[in-house]
Design a protein around this ligand. Structure first.
Ligand code: NAD
Ligand code: MG
Length: 390
């Protein structure tokens, strides 16, 4: 049963050189002849060579590099093309709001994605959201902007895409809770003592997913699941207490929704980020995918465990930040981004990440109902303070 979809989709891909960005371009290739997806903008950081290759293949109107030095090099390399090369935050904003764009795939990693994503929403672009830090730090402003500008918001995080699909099984008022699954990461089952000496290379070895470095470390500390609790809280307007995290080592069930009649609806597939990316591009339709199907007879077992929030404190810290609200999630997120960067530069140990997040949350006071400018200022202040110490 082959499906096709005649509607052309014009997408801007923010973070096209990353793990999600490159897989999104593969999805566009996979859908050739089934759905016509055209690329209006591509953006990267300093990976100029890859960005050049992508521009030559997908011919966007605009390409943005994070800094002017990379943009100048890209401009030279692309002098024979019609693509306009821009740089910096203004460049990202231009890439995020190109006239022709119908949908923006927000796949920059971290807080750097906030301003361009908010700008896309204000320009009325539909959003395929991979960048969870945006919702974590500015959830209330983000969701208000989505409602005010009447844009479609499609989650690309695999768990949230699963929840979104499971929610279609009942009415919003019938939902009793969300069951958010976690792989448990590379250090599942280890004690704090065993985590003292783990290295960057150990932490970067995720059992089920190949992802960018920052989210892979977040998966090892369980901060990724903490960020995802807050992401789900905003996307689906549920209380943090109604989101239960369950470790499911095989990553086949990507999350579930329990309804008031105790019926649970789950979304399952083999672990592949191409599924949620494709679903965002084709929603409300489903189109064929080259992904392998789940074979239940080959799958030996599916296991479930309670997360160990005492060893992996980041999950509890994120929930605490979410309950405090205001700028506290932005404080927590900035501390985590700075600590993960320090860990990836071999400046601190694995267990220091949670300590830095906790100490920072104890040092900074949350401001309620912040403006976007106050969130940006909070992020800057927290990073400056942490960078002085590590
Ligand atoms: P990545 O590190 O592989 O790629 C990040 C992209 O952002 C790159 O294109 C990079 O050039 C760009 N970038 C980085 N810093 C930038 C800056 N300061 N300004 C402009 N551009 C910048 O990351 P990723 O794994 O693709 O993750 C992207 C986002 O998607 C993250 O928020 C992550 O949490 C989320 N996500 C990723 C996965 C996954 O499987 N990789 C799954 C779920 C959610
Ligand atoms: Mg996820």
């Amino acid at each position: 049963m082959k499906g096709t979809d005649n509607q052309i989709l014009n997408v801007s891909i923010l973070g096209s050189t990353g793990s999600i960005g490159t897989q999104a371009l593969e999805v566009i290739d996979d859908l050739k002849g089934i759905k016509d997806i055209r690329v209006t903008a591509l953006t990267g950081n300093s990976n100029v060579k890859l960005l050049e290759e992508q521009v030559r293949k997908y011919k966007p109107q605009t390409a943005a590099a994070a800094d002017e030095k990379s943009a100048a090099e890209l401009r030279l390399r692309l002098a024979d093309t019609d693509t306009k090369v821009v740089s910096g935050e203004d460049g990202l904003i231009e890439a995020a709001s190109a006239d022709k764009t119908d949908m923006v795939l927000s796949a920059i990693v971290g807080f750097a994605g906030l301003v361009p994503t908010m700008h896309s929403i204000k320009c009325g672009k539909d959003i395929a959201l991979a960048n969870k830090e945006t919702l974590v730090t500015a959830g209330s402003l983000f969701m208000n902007a989505v409602a005010e500008n009447n844009v479609r918001l499609l989650p690309v995080d695999s768990e949230h895409c699963a929840i979104f699909q499971s929610m279609l099984g009942g009415k919003r008022a019938e939902v009793s809770k969300i069951l958010l699954t976690a792989s448990g990461g590379p250090f599942f089952g280890r004690s704090r003592g065993e985590l003292k000496s783990v290295t960057k290379a150990d932490a970067l070895k995720h059992p089920n997913w190949t992802m960018g470095a920052k989210i892979t470390i977040d998966s090892a500390t369980l901060m990724n699941k903490g960020l995802e609790v807050l992401e789900a809280r905003w996307l689906f307007d549920v209380d943090i207490e109604d989101i239960e995290v369950i470790v499911h080592r095989e990553s086949i069930i990507h999350s579930m929704v329990e309804f008031c009649d105790r019926s649970i609806i789950a979304q399952m597939s083999l672990p592949s980020m191409k599924h949620p990316i494709q679903y965002a591009f084709t929603y409300p339709n489903r189109l064929p995918s080259p992904d392998k199907p789940v074979s239940f007879s080959d799958l030996a077992e599916m296991t479930f465990y309670k997360p160990d929030e005492e060893t992996f404190r980041c999950l509890a810290l994120a929930k605490k930040a979410g309950k405090t609200g205001g700028t506290m999630p932005a404080i927590m997120n900035a501390a985590n981004e700075a600590a993960v960067a320090a860990f990836l530069s071999d400046k601190i140990g694995f267990l220091d990440i949670a300590d830095i997040v906790e100490n920072t949350m104890n040092t900074f006071e949350a401001k309620q109902n912040p403006t976007i400018e106050e969130i940006i200022e909070t992020d800057r202040e927290v990073r400056t303070q942490i960078c002085q110490h590590c």
